[in-house]
Ligand binder design. Structure first.
Ligand SMILES: *Cc1c(COP(=O)(O)O)cnc(C)c1O
Length: 420
């Protein structure tokens, strides 16, 4: 969709916070409606047969768009105003040229990986990975003869390169901070590794799953990543009422991903796109408040006698392993706290069952605080030896801090810890 929107006043370039309410949309397109309506339509009429032909030429890459020419609306598997406007807004936070939204985080991750991997190529991935991504990498890609190399905490690019050997590297997937332990990996190191294998015919994109800190507290494209991936179900959606995903990067890489999305049909619905636009208006407010709350809660937990250990980025000090990566790569600690209760599963379960305000549910990044037990829930399928190596023990609880009053959350946590 064409159109100009205010992005600057005098010398000042407006910040994403100021642009989320209107960028990419013009009221005159919709009877003056201030808010972008939901375009609940599967298909779009062409003004003429020649126009339809031209729209398809551009959409299918049969011809390059002319200067200033934008893709026309064809069919909602290819494009829809709610998705196009949302995609424009999403690019602003990460400084990306283009973005695409999907029906889920998994749809974004799998569609993007399938765009760049070929049989015989190798995928490097950081361990641990989100359970769904881990399953796709090990049980689906393997059927298409894509080999994998795990990048474990502390491994250097040279060590990973020696495991790749003479094979072709297809892509690098980095999940940082990692779910559920908050382990950090260097995006710059991933970019250096990918650069060794890159050629004119093989882009070797570095893809960062930025679900835990983004789009507020980590901007992977600034650190050498080529693609940013999101489960938009989490902070971007932020209200536990939708499932969605996103992929962001250069125009060229996103054109390739868009082609795959069109063929697989993994795009988001217009209604989901509309809900996400609503959510983006308060993204900065929510994430700022959640992070403020999390700092207070981590400070409370770290001194509590019933809590053996707390992993929270805001507690890192220069003596800690991940501190240098945190300082170079992250702009805030976010609101995900991992805590290990004194004892084992029985103690952790007593704690979880005693909470009254904080909900016992998987997912994260929402306005309400959520807790879950990774060892028996989100990470139940992880290999038992890997669980020990990664510290995903029976006493681990993952807490996603919401926007409630921090003293209420602390009272609930304190009360439940009494029952352990
Ligand atoms: C939830 C999550 C996903 C999967 O996203 P869905 O929207 O549930 O498909 C991927 N990566 C991370 C880090 C997640 O937390």
């Amino acid at each position: 969709m064409a159109g100009e929107y205010i992005t600057q006043i005098a010398d000042r370039e407006l910040a994403p916070e100021s642009l989320m309410m209107g960028y990419g949309y013009r009221p005159e397109w919709s009877e003056g409606a201030l808010k972008c309506p939901i375009f609940h339509t599967s298909t779009f009429t062409f003004a003429s047969a020649a126009e339809g032909k031209r729209f398809f030429e551009i959409a299918y890459g049969l011809d390059e768009p002319a200067e200033g020419e934008t893709p026309g609306l064809i069919y909602s598997r290819l494009n829809n105003p709610d998705l196009e406007i949302l995609e424009k807004r999403l690019t602003l936070w990460d400084g990306a040229e283009a973005s695409l939204v999907f029906a889920s985080g998994m749809a974004a991750i799998t569609t993007t990986l399938l765009t760049f991997l070929n049989p015989g190529s190798v995928l490097v991935y950081t361990a641990p990975l989100y359970g769904g991504t881990d399953h796709f990498v090990h049980h689906v890609l393997s059927r298409f003869n894509v080999a994998t190399v795990a990048w474990r905490h502390g491994m250097t690019p040279d060590e990973i390169a020696s495991e790749i050997g003479e094979r072709t590297l297809g892509a690098v997937v980095v999940e940082t901070p990692a779910n559920p332990t908050n382990d950090l990996f260097s995006i710059a190191a991933a970019s250096e590794l990918a650069g060794r294998y890159r050629s004119d015919t093989n882009p070797v994109p570095v893809m960062v799953d930025n679900t835990f800190l983004g789009p507020m507290w980590q901007h992977p494209l600034k650190h050498g990543a080529d693609i940013v991936l999101y489960s938009a179900t989490k902070y971007i959606g932020g209200h536990s009422d939708l499932i969605a995903g996103a992929s962001l990067g250069s125009r060229e890489l996103m054109a390739a991903v868009a082609e795959m999305r069109t063929i697989l049909g993994t795009m988001a619905s217009p209604h989901t796109g509309w809900l996400m636009m609503r959510s983006l208006e308060t993204l900065s407010l929510r994430m700022t408040k959640q992070t403020e709350n999390a700092r207070k809660i981590a400070a409370f937990l770290v001194d509590h006698p019933k809590v053996a250990k707390v992993s929270y980025l805001g507690l890192l000090t220069p003596e800690d392993d991940g501190y240098a990566i945190y300082r170079d790569q992250c702009e805030g600690p976010g609101a995900m706290i991992s805590l290990w209760i004194e004892g084992g599963e029985a103690e952790a379960f007593r704690f979880l069952d005693s909470l009254q305000l904080v909900h016992l549910a998987v997912s994260l990044g929402s306005t309400e605080s959520l807790v879950e037990h990774p060892a028996s829930m989100t990470h139940a399928g992880v290999d038992p030896e890997d669980k020990i190596r990664l510290d995903i023990t029976d006493s681990l609880v993952r807490l996603s801090v919401g926007v409630e009053h921090p003293d209420d959350i602390i009272t609930d946590l304190a009360n439940a810890l009494e029952k352990v």
